[in-house]
Design a protein around this ligand. Structure first.
Ligand SMILES: *Cc1c(COP(=O)(O)O)cnc(C)c1O
Length: 426
C-alpha cells in the first residue's frame, strides 16, 4: 500500500516500513516518541535539484532550519550540498558537522554584530542582506575588522505564493527582504560602502508552494532588477531563487524539484542570463517527506461527541498542527483488522491546542504504535520542552540499518543551568 510522500515509507503486508526497517521494531528498540528519517529519501530529494542543474555553475544550499540535526547536515554535505543558515547557532552547528564556510550563505532579517563578526572570521560564502540598515552595519563590522563581506540583497518581489499567511514571505506586508522599488538604490549603496563586495541577488517568497507560477513571477522581477543593476556597472554573479517548494502531506501536487528548476532555467536562458551561477535554498522539499514521528497509543478514550486517541507525542514534539493547523497523515505502524473508529489524535499536554490530527479513522488499541507522516521538516527543529518534556530521540535509517543520531533528552538535562534563590531571600 502506498502512502502520500516518500516511496521509502510504505506498508509491506501489515507492517509499516521505512526503507528496510520495520517501524514498530524501531519503536520497541529505541522508545517513543521517536523521529525516524530515511537517508535514501533525503538523498533522492537533493538529487532531483542537482540533476536539473548539471552542467551549470550552481550550489544548492539546504535551508537547515527545516531539520538541523548534525547527521542530516553531514548527509547533505557529503552529497555536495551547501547550506543556508539563519543564526549564529546554525553557523556553529553546520561548522561542527564539518561543512566548509565557503558553502554557507547567511540569511535572516536580524543578524547581530556578533554573528556578523563570527561569519566573517570563518569566511562564509555570502551574506543575504535584508535591509538598508543591515547593509550599513555589515559594512561597519567588515571594514572595522579589515574583512570584506560578500553580499547579495534579498529582494521582496511582492508576489503571492498562495500559501499559509505565516509562511508567505515575499509579499509587501512581510518583514522579509528589500522592496523591489528600493533595490536599485540599495545596490548602488552597497557598491559604494567599504567592506562590502556585491556578488548576487536573492529572493525567497514563501514555503509549501505548490505552483511554478509564483516562482516565475518572482524570477522575472529579479531579472528586471539584475538588468538595471548591471546597467549601472555593478556585476551580479549569482541568482539565488530561495526555497519554498511544497511537499505532499495529503493531496497537494507540487511540481517535482526537477520540473520546477528546469522551467526556471528555461526562463533564465530565454532572457539571456544563463551564464550566471544559480543557487537554491530548499528546506522542506529536501527533508519533509523523509521523516516520520512514531508514537505509542497510551489511551483510547471514547466520548459523546469525539473519540480521543491519546498518544505519547505532543505539540512540544511536533508544533505544526497546533501552530499552522497543518494536516499531517497519521497511520498505524501495524494494521489491525478492526474495529475502526474516528479519533482526534492528541498528546498529553495541558492545552486544547495539543492535537496532532483531527477526525482520523484508525483501528488502534493502547500499546499500538502510530506514525505521523511527512514529519522530516519543521518538526524536530521546532520541538520545545513545554510541560517539562524531554525532546524525542532521532534515528537515521539506511537500508536495514538504523543509527541513533540524537539521544532522547533526559529530564535531568531540562533544568540544568537553572538556579534556586538563596535561602536568605525566602
Ligand atoms: C526557511 C527558508 C528557506 C527554506 O524554505 P522551505 O520552504 O523549507 O524550502 C529558504 N530560504 C530562506 C531565507 C528561509 O528563511
Amino acid at each position: 500500500m502506498t502512502l502520500p510522500g516518500s516511496p521509502h515509507i510504505a506498508y509491506r503486508g501489515d507492517e509499516l516500513f521505512i526503507e528496510d526497517c520495520r517501524l514498530s521494531d524501531l519503536a520497541r528498540r529505541f522508545g517513543t516518541p521517536l523521529y525516524v528519517y530515511s537517508r535514501a529519501s533525503m538523498l533522492a530529494a537533493l538529487a532531483a535539484y542537482q540533476r536539473a542543474l548539471v552542467g551549470r555553475d550552481h550550489l544548492v544550499c539546504y535551508a537547515m532550519k527545516a531539520n538541523s540535526s548534525l547527521a542530516v547536515i553531514q548527509t547533505f554535505a557529503h552529497a555536495g550540498c551547501g547550506f543556508d543558515i539563519v543564526s549564529g547557532g546554525e553557523l556553529e552547528r553546520v561548522l561542527a558537522a564539518g561543512v566548509p564556510a565557503s558553502k554557507i550563505v547567511f540569511s535572516g532579517v536580524g543578524k547581530t554584530r556578533a554573528e556578523m563578526h563570527r561569519a566573517l572570521d570563518v569566511g562564509v560564502l555570502c551574506f543575504n542582506v535584508e535591509s538598508e540598515a543591515e547593509l550599513g552595519v555589515l559594512s561597519q563590522v567588515a571594514a572595522g575588522s579589515g574583512n570584506t563581506a560578500r553580499v547579495s540583497l534579498r529582494i521582496n518581489p511582492d508576489v503571492d505564493p498562495g500559501t499559509h499567511p505565516y509562511i508567505s514571505t515575499g509579499l509587501k506586508g512581510n518583514k522579509f527582504g528589500i522592496a523591489h522599488e528600493q533595490a536599485l538604490a540599495c545596490y548602488l549603496q552597497a557598491a559604494a560602502l567599504p567592506g562590502l563586495e556585491v556578488i548576487g541577488i536573492d529572493c525567497h517568497i514563501g514555503s509549501q508552494i505548490t505552483d511554478t507560477g509564483p516562482y516565475l513571477d518572482a524570477l522575472d522581477r529579479l531579472l528586471d532588477l539584475v538588468e538595471s543593476i548591471e546597467a549601472r556597472g555593478i556585476t551580479v554573479h549569482h541568482l539565488d531563487l530561495g526555497g519554498g517548494l511544497g511537499i505532499t502531506y495529503t493531496d497537494e501536487t507540487p511540481p517535482s524539484a526537477e520540473v520546477l528548476v528546469r522551467s526556471l532555467l528555461e526562463r533564465i536562458d530565454a532572457r539571456g542570463h544563463g551564464h550566471r551561477k544559480i543557487m537554491f535554498e530548499p528546506g522542506r522539499s529536501l527533508v519533509g517527506n523523509a521523516g516520520v514521528l512514531v508514537s505509542e497509543v497510551l489511551y483510547v478514550k471514547p466520548g459523546e461527541q469525539k473519540n480521543f486517541c491519546i498518544v505519547d507525542a505532543a505539540m512540544n514534539d511536533l508544533m505544526r498542527p497546533a501552530m499552522y493547523q497543518a494536516w499531517m497523515g497519521i497511520v498505524a505502524c501495524r494494521l489491525r483488522d478492526g474495529p475502526e473508529a474516528v479519533y482526534d489524535v492528541v498528546g498529553p499536554i495541558c492545552e486544547s491546542g495539543d492535537w496532532l490530527g483531527r477526525d482520523r479513522t484508525l483501528a488502534v488499541q493502547a500499546g499500538d504504535f502510530v506514525a505521523v507522516l511527512s514529519a522530516g521538516a519543521y518538526s524536530m527543529t521546532m520541538a520545545s520542552n513545554y510541560n517539562t518534556r524531554g525532546r524525542a530521540a532521532e534515528l537515521m535509517v539506511s537500508g536495514d540499518q538504523a543509527w541513533l543520531i540524537r539521544d532522547r533528552e533526559q529530564v535531568s538535562e531540562l533544568f540544568r543551568g537553572e538556579h534556586l534563590l538563596p535561602a536568605s531571600v525566602l
